[in-house]
Design a protein around this ligand. Structure first.
Ligand code: ADP
Ligand code: ADP
Ligand code: ZN
Ligand code: ZN
Length: 815
């Protein structure tokens, strides 16, 4: 491969999204930071233009016939890019991870481990040697025949089938049974079999209860007219099905998704008894290495795994075990360097934070031996304690030394300072941004006065400050046990802002997003939030154990403002989520034109038939079938993205059609819909207050970053302006935010406290931590080496005490 020798990627005429015909030269073989406030256009340049163009060229070269399809999907809006090497994107937000992928598969370490067991494992006497595939639950050779490699079996559970044992069968004790005629039929059969249908369920004989719920027998019973409650009719033969066989029958045969979903409510997943939850065949589980099975090895944290392998990694280099062990040790050492030693090979990817997943992929790339590649990264420091960021930067340096370019969208000023080059986009978001304010060595940015990045990087920006507050009361938790928290006691002040800090894996999210949320919700009798997505099996089977809770009665409610998407399909968007769109539809339905035509609010919905475009069912685009690019979309040929049919679009409000309104940014809407309705004004103001003025009202949930989703949730809360004492829990709200946006956010969060609420944040950003009234520093390390409170107090106390990973950084910040 050869590139022009000038050593630059030269971009000319970039116009993707808000980019204003941008020309920029970016050096190769360098670490380049792309900076700017949220929505300024960093991602549009780094991912939407540079990476997208590299992808497009790659697909053209491997499959010329794809050209036509790619044209449909759209090439980036750019006149020309020269000097562009192949690119690899290591993005944080990626499609839904499959529950079958694990730390081992992401890092490809599992392949090596399987070869190790296949070639160098100890087999039981007389057992045949197994191929490497036989050690994978994802292959037919390896999968446990009982659970097909999933490690879990689904079966009905008595407490779910009969939620209220005080009811009789007639009153519907067996909730899983069908209603209507089938329900009557079953009851008649049961009565006929001599079981009392009017006694409370819990008073029936145990063997009858077992039989009714679980039997596989399907006796056929003659039902006579006198058996029927109302009498009359003819004789017939009714067939009995137990609750379990009814559930299985519906799950296996019903065409109705709603029926199947209803039945799933009676089913619980349990570890497969045959393979003990490992998903592997017993033959594979019988093979050991260094005394442990491959399943046991996969459960060890890397810190322990590396010790076990180290003892096998010395000796004759021609020995398979020695060679593979040594290779594994070298690769795992890198993961330890990146602060990921608390993870294990078997940990499923759905339980990883985006930052953990990205670091695993970065580490994997380092071993891939690629050179001459552009890696495009999305805020690699997100989710990292300053102590963990150092080694990550070391790995980026190594990738560069191997001959690669690192283009990094980044907000952390310490990371930006270490870059070779900075491309600063701005000055503002959306239409107010999209220009390159500076492209060059970092020091040169100092003179660029219109740049918010420059203000923060060179200390000209005023920091958000406030007086330390005194707690109004305390919440005491004792005997907390979950993940690595063991019998933890912690005291949290109320009526103030608390930051929970600590290195990666120390237990911050477990404490805040899980334990605190669940405990306080339970105390208030508030139902747990449904998971955003039905395949999410977060921590099922890992209930919080908690000894003592004192003080939770002070709260009226608990609000978890997390980074989970506001929806999984493009049908939910900013406007629908905040409730703003309901008010907009009312506006349209109230216009004289709509009234004359008889259009109600439903007419202006893109989710129901009537007003929407029927070609795309109101989605605005249709999926383009590409053999090798799953889930690619093109604009709808009928409505060209408008989502509505032509008649609906004829109705206008202040000269805007409903599609025009969805296309407005929040800022534009605030100007054009000013005074239209109080609800609209409040929603728009709340969104602008958290720095989201640049988002379009119709921006689909699937296009929003985790940080944007989190701020939308916060704005939705703010617009309600409810009274009472709420507990707000946020997990790293500053991730993905420019220091200028962090300032906006801090004003809102501190405003909530001033209005009488309590705010608890998991946080890494030092400027943010420094504004907290109280800190709880967990650690000292990750995983088993963490889970304890190592320092707690005001930021000044913690910095002065000098104990814990956060203290030295904080001391520098406050000093
Ligand atoms: P940054 O990475 O700096 O936060 P982006 O590049 O994501 O900013 O966004 C720049 C502008 O482009 C914003 O106004 C944003 O709303 C808009 N934008 C982003 N993605 C899309 C998209 N898929 N379609 C249309 N506009 C978009
Ligand atoms: P932090 O938020 O400080 O990075 P976490 O609370 O995410 O730490 O993790 C604390 C410990 O709990 C780590 O050892 C982590 O591996 C473990 N852990 C977190 N989530 C899960 C999970 N879903 N299943 C098993 N272990 C988990
Ligand atoms: Zn199994
Ligand atoms: Zn359409």
């Amino acid at each position: 491969m050869s590139y022009p020798l000038d050593g630059y990627v030269r971009v000319r005429g970039a116009r993707e999204h808000n980019l204003k015909d941008v020309d920029v030269d970016v050096p190769r073989n360098a670490i380049v930071a792309f900076t700017g406030v949220s929505g300024s256009g960093k991602s549009s340049l780094a991912f939407g233009t540079i990476y997208a163009e590299a992808q497009r060229r790659y697909f053209e070269s491997v499959a010329p016939y794809a050209r036509r399809l790619l044209q449909q999907v759209g090439a980036p809006h750019v006149d020309e890019i020269t000097g562009l090497p192949p690119a690899v994107a290591l993005q944080q937000r990626r499609g839904a991870p499959s529950s079958r992928s694990t730390v081992g598969t992401i890092t490809t370490l599992s392949n090596l481990v399987r070869i190790l067991y296949s070639r160098a494992g100890s087999y039981p006497p007389g057992a045949e040697h197994l191929a490497a595939e036989a050690f994978s639950p994802n292959t037919t050779a390896g999968a446990c025949p009982e659970c097909h490699g999933l490690g879990v079996t689904h079966d009905v559970a008595e407490d779910l089938l009969v939620p209220d044992p005080a009811l009789s069968i007639r009153d519907g004790a067996i909730a899983a049974w069908p209603g209507a005629w089938q329900g009557h039929n079953l009851r008649r059969i049961v009565k006929n079999l001599g079981i009392d249908v009017d006694r409370p369920w819990r008073e029936l004989a145990a063997k009858d209860r077992q039989w009714l719920l679980f039997t596989d027998e399907q006796p056929s019973v003659l039902i006579r007219p006198q058996d029927k409650d109302g009498g009359g009719g003819r004789d017939y033969h009714g067939t009995f099905r137990s609750a379990r066989s009814h559930v299985h029958h519906v799950l296996a045969s019903s065409a109705s998704a709603a029926m199947r979903a209803k039945m799933l409510a009676f089913v619980r997943s349990t570890p497969c008894p045959v393979c003990d939850g490992t998903g592997l065949r017993v033959e594979a589980l019988a093979v050991t290495f260094a005394g442990v099975s491959i399943a046991a090895l996969g459960a060890l944290p890397f810190t322990e795994l590396v010790e076990l392998l180290r003892s096998s990694a010395t000796g004759d280099e021609d020995d398979v075990a020695v060679r593979i062990s040594a290779d594994l040790v070298a690769r795992i050492d890198l993961l330890l360097d990146l602060g990921l030693g608390y993870l294990s090979l078997g940990r499923t990817s759905t339980t990883l934070s985006p930052g953990e997943a990205q670091r695993l992929r970065i580490a994997t790339q380092l071993r891939s031996g690629l050179f001459g590649v552009v890696y495009v990264l999305d805020e690699p420091s997100a989710g990292l304690h300053p102590a963990d960021a150092e080694p990550l930067l070391g790995v980026l340096d190594q990738l560069k030394a191997a001959g690669n370019s690192l283009f990094v969208v980044e907000h952390d000023l310490d990371v930006v300072r270490r870059a070779d080059w900075v491309v600063d986009i701005g000055p503002a978001a959306g239409g107010g941004g999209g220009q390159v304010l500076w492209s060059g060595p970092v020091a040169g940015l100092e003179g660029v006065r219109e740049s918010p990045t420059s203000d923060h990087l060179f200390g000209r920006a005023a920091r958000f400050e406030h007086e330390l507050r005194t707690p109004s009361a305390w919440l005491h938790l004792g005997g907390v046990t979950r993940h690595n928290l063991r019998d933890l006691s912690v005291d949290l002040p109320l009526g103030v802002l608390t930051a929970v800090t600590g290195v990666s894996g120390s237990g911050k999210s477990t404490l805040v997003s899980q334990v605190l949320a669940e405990v306080v919700r339970a105390e208030l009798g508030q139902a747990p939030e449904p998971p955003a997505d039905e395949d999410e099996d977060e921590d099922s089977g890992q209930p919080v154990e908690i000894g003592r809770v004192v003080g939770a009665e002070a709260f009226d409610r608990v609000v978890v403002v997390d980074q989970r998407p506001i929806g999984r399909t493009p049908r939910s968007n900013l406007a629908t989520y905040t409730g703003l769109f309901d008010a907009v539809r009312k506006l349209f339905a109230a216009t004289p034109e709509a009234r004359q035509r008889g259009y109600g609010v439903g007419r202006f919905s893109f989710n129901v038939a009537g007003g929407r475009c029927e070609t795309c069912d109101g989605e605005g685009f249709v999926s383009v079938e590409l053999l090798f690019l799953p889930g690619t979309y093109g604009p709808c040929p009928t409505c060209h993205g408008a989502r509505y049919n032509a008649e609906t679009l004829e109705v206008t409000y202040r000269d805007l059609s409903v599609a025009d309104v969805l296309a407005l940014s929040v800022d534009e809407a605030a100007a054009l819909l000013d005074g239209a309705a109080a609800g609209i004004t409040r929603s728009l103001e709340a969104l602008r207050d958290v720095g989201l003025g640049y988002l379009r009202l119709g921006q689909p949930a699937t296009e929003l970053s985790g940080g944007e989703a989190q701020r939308i949730k916060l704005a939705t809360e703010l617009q309600r302006a409810r009274r009472g004492h709420a507990l707000y829990l946020l997990d790293e709200p500053t991730a993905g935010l420019h220091p200028a946006d962090i300032d906006l956010l801090l004003r809102q969060l501190h405003g909530l406290v001033d209005a009488g609420s309590t705010v608890v944040l998991v946080e890494h950003d030092l400027p943010t931590i420094a504004t907290a009234d109280w800190l709880v520093d967990l650690g000292p390390g990750g995983g088993d080496a963490g889970g304890r409170v190592v320092a707690t107090g005001t930021p000044y106390d913690v910095a002065a005490a000098g104990v814990g990973a956060t203290a030295p950084y904080l001391a520098r910040r406050l000093g």
